[in-house]
Design a protein around this ligand. Structure first.
Ligand code: ADP
Ligand code: ZN
Length: 735
């Protein structure tokens, strides 16, 4: 017996091995095996095929061991991975390795602990009074704060928010501050608890559900376009309930779990034990256990982040991709696959329904819907017809021209006034700025020299609290000296970051409770969850932060959202800059007015007329999308053309030499069908001391790009200037 094996290493192609008779019974497609490889006696590989005969003239070696009782990959997953290998131009073994939870490297298949029903945690009455006594245990305090804000919740939600929170939870229960209780497993198709009973759908939700349920049993792709708070998640939940009632499985991909633990909780509360969660907050052993529960069919619904696209859900009937426009579905390093696009491929392979949901669909997905490839389902208004928040634009350039003060920390008089009124009314505000630090740039007033990282081609950010200059790419720090190291002149900081906004708000509202949420202010998932919990409990009035504040949070007390500077992402040298800006603004605006009181949004900008800003202010997705599609079609950018990036990293001279060699190899293959942009230094020319060059290929068909790749493969394998070449099909980042 012969097997085709993908070795878990960065080598292209697959290898043929013989299977000794003793191992034959245990061999199956998708099985993990140990094989001799190169000079090493033992490498891990995966069985991806059964060739009838051996390649000519090769002495074959034997598979030495079969590593699992049950193959970790189903035959359909092997097919998916082989498809991805071809399309994304990445080694199959690397994909297989990236697909598996790291815990699976442990020998055998130790199953997770048996579960009996869903475990809930709830704060005991009066537990809030004990908070001050917990000042010495930050973990316990954080967990209790979260529970006080959320009430009785599945422990799973807590685990998503506090990956290492179990000991604290146990300690709180022992102190009598928290109650832990289990509920019996869900009866098939039954309901877990009254609180988890599904609400009656709005007519738009019901129509979407019927379309999805009516198509099930065969491949059918849908775009579910619904404004923030329109009840998309409820449609997913009920569509999955239908699939479960038919005894079938479901896969839900979400961009992030740690920042939005409620979502995991909603699935757990509705489906109990049948849900397996896959995200990076779990320990390897836990991820392994969840993977095994899916593989054995004990769990039938998987909720997970990007890599969960490869989760072994049995008898898959429906795939959901929530916030399908999010860039985090594209893996940027390692094998460069796009989980949203693979979701459609997987649904096709498995004969399943796929639902891509978003308030601001990516233009690729929109265009697929417009061409009739995906069916469009719309939820045009919020549940309960709650109004969309009113958005007001503040033109910062006009303020500046009129000589009036823009305001400290870029908080304009208009925004300052709105903040004061909101806090005075006992309501809450979120301020968003996509820049960390105090000042984003430090320059010498005398010679103009800018503080830059010596290893990366970027300027250093001033973090005033720590008194340092920090490189946001490599983490290198310098003391913030007052003088220019080149000429001794005085240095000034320019460009506002979140730290400065926080300081300005404290200055404007001395009595207000203000906190900051960004990667500098909160180090761990625990601290993030605890801070969000305090905000949810209304112990904070104003939350200032980076895009961490824009995610799917649901804070009914928030009636004001301020965008400090809408323009930060607009100027990036990336054809998706406008689209990303629009999505971010729509997302953050959606945080306002989710409770009983109406919300409003103040967007400060130097570009009030640019469509990304003006359409976001008017909640006009259609107008933005039309204008942007017109622009894309003129330039042949996606969704009207396809892109392949070749990224070179190496020494300064070497990277250039390799990039030029790639260009020389590509030219004869372009044949007037493929446009080559570059070779050129990347927008960020150097990171961690490595020089970066990019080539971008654009064509109307993927086939033409594969042909170019074929012409480049030899150069990429042995880069003449040294360094490394990576290919990125459908690249998301142009930097
Ligand atoms: P989205 O995913 O579009 O942001 P959600 O599904 O989270 O929207 O719904 C927003 C809020 O409205 C949630 O609190 C949800 O529980 C509630 N909700 C959703 N559908 C209904 C409905 N048909 N009736 C009442 N409440 C609903
Ligand atoms: Zn650096």
């Amino acid at each position: 017996m012969l097997v085709e094996v993908a070795v878990a290493a960065a080598v292209r192609g697959t290898f043929t091995y013989r299977v000794p008779p003793a191992l034959t019974p245990a061999i199956a497609l998708g099985q993990r095996v140990a094989v001799p490889f190169g000079k090493s006696r033992r490498a891990t590989g995966y069985v991806v095929g059964f060739p009838a005969e051996a390649p000519d003239g090769l002495a074959l070696r034997d598979v030495t061991e079969v590593l699992d009782r049950l193959p970790p990959f189903t035959p359909k997953l092997v097919e998916l991975i082989r498809w991805a290998e071809e399309y994304y131009l990445v080694p199959p073994g690397e994909l297989l390795r990236a697909a598996l939870p790291p815990g699976l490297n442990a020998r055998g298949g130790a199953a997770g602990p048996a579960r009996r029903g869903v475990e809930y945690a709830a704060p005991e009455p009066g537990a809030g009074d004990a908070l001050p006594s917990l000042s010495r245990s930050r973990a316990q305090r954080s967990v209790l704060e979260y529970l006080l804000a959320r009430g009785r919740i599945p422990v799973e939600e807590l685990r998503a928010a506090f990956p290492n929170g179990r000991p604290a939870l146990t300690a709180l229960a022992r102190r009598g501050l928290v109650r832990l209780e289990r509920e019996a497993p869900v009866a098939r198709g039954g309901l877990l608890a009254a609180s988890a009973a599904p609400p009656e759908l709005t007519p738009a939700q019901a129509a979407a559900l019927e379309a999805i349920a009516g198509a099930s049993g065969a491949f059918a792709p849908f775009l579910l376009h619904g404004v923030t708070g329109s009840g998309k998640t409820e449609v997913y939940l009920q569509a999955i309930a239908r699939a479960r009632a038919a005894g079938r499985g479901a896969l839900v991909l979400v961009p992030e779990i740690a920042l939005t633990p409620q979502l995991a909780g909603r699935f757990r509360a509705r489906f109990g034990d049948e849900v397996a969660l896959l995200h990076s907050g779990l320990s390897p052993a836990e991820r392994h256990a969840e993977w095994q529960r899916l593989r054995t069919g004990e769990a039938r619904i998987c909720v997970g982040v990007r890599s969960a696209i490869f989760a072994p859900v049995q008898d898959l009937a429906i795939v959901v991709v929530d916030e399908e426009h999010e860039g985090s579905f594209k893996q940027e390093d390692g094998p460069a696959y796009h989980a949203r696009d693979l979701a459609v491929v997987r649904a096709k392979l498995e004969g399943a329904v796929v639902v891509l949901g978003s308030a601001t669909p990516s233009l690729e997905t929109l265009e697929n819907a417009r061409r009739g490839r995906y069916r469009l389902l719309e939820l045009p208004s919020r549940v309960d017809d709650r109004p969309m928040p009113e958005v007001e634009l503040v033109d910062l350039s006009k303020l500046r021209r009129s000589g009036r003060d823009v305001g400290a920390g870029l908080v304009s008089p208009r925004l300052a006034e709105a903040l004061a009124a909101t806090v005075a009314a006992g309501q809450q505000a979120i301020l968003f700025l996509n820049r960390r630090g105090y000042e984003t740039l430090v320059v010498c007033e005398a010679c103009g020299e800018e503080a830059r990282c010596t290893d990366c081609a970027v300027s250093l950010t001033h973090h005033a609290r720590r008194g340092i200059l920090l490189c946001h790419y490599c983490g290198r720090t310098e003391r913030m000296g007052g003088r220019c190291p080149a000429c001794g002149g005085p240095r000034v900081g320019v460009g506002v970051g979140t730290e400065q906004v926080e300081e300005a708000v404290r200055g404007l509202l001395p009595g207000a409770r203000v906190a900051r949420l960004d990667r500098d202010a909160v180090g761990t998932a625990e601290e993030t969850a605890a801070l969000l919990a305090r905000f949810a409990r209304r112990e904070l009035d104003v939350l200032v932060g980076t895009q961490m504040v824009t995610k799917g949070h649901d804070f009914p007390g928030v009636t004001l959202v301020g965008v400090v500077l809408a323009d930060t992402a607009l100027a990036l040298p990336d054809f998706r800059a406008a689209e990303r800006t629009f999505q971010l603004l729509a997302q953050v605006a959606g945080r306002a007015g989710r409770g009983a009181d109406a919300g409003r949004v103040i967007v400060q900008t130097f570009n009030p007329a640019t469509p990304a800003v003006s359409c976001a202010a008017g909640h006009d997705y259609a107008a933005f999308a039309q204008g942007e599609l017109d622009r894309r079609v003129r330039h042949g950018y996606p969704p009207f053309g396809r892109l392949l990036a070749a990224r070179v990293e190496g020494s300064e001279a070497g990277a250039r030499r390799t990039a030029e060699a790639l260009a020389d190899a590509a030219r004869p293959a372009l044949r007037g069908e493929v446009a080559m942009l570059g070779p050129a230094p990347a927008a960020i020319e150097r990171i961690r001391g490595r020089t970066r060059w990019h080539l971008l290929f654009r064509a109307t068909s993927a086939q033409a790009l594969f042909r170019v790749h074929g012409a480049l493969a030899r150069v990429a394998r042995r880069p003449p200037g040294g360094g490394a070449v990576r290919f990125d099909m459908d690249p998301q980042s142009m930097l």
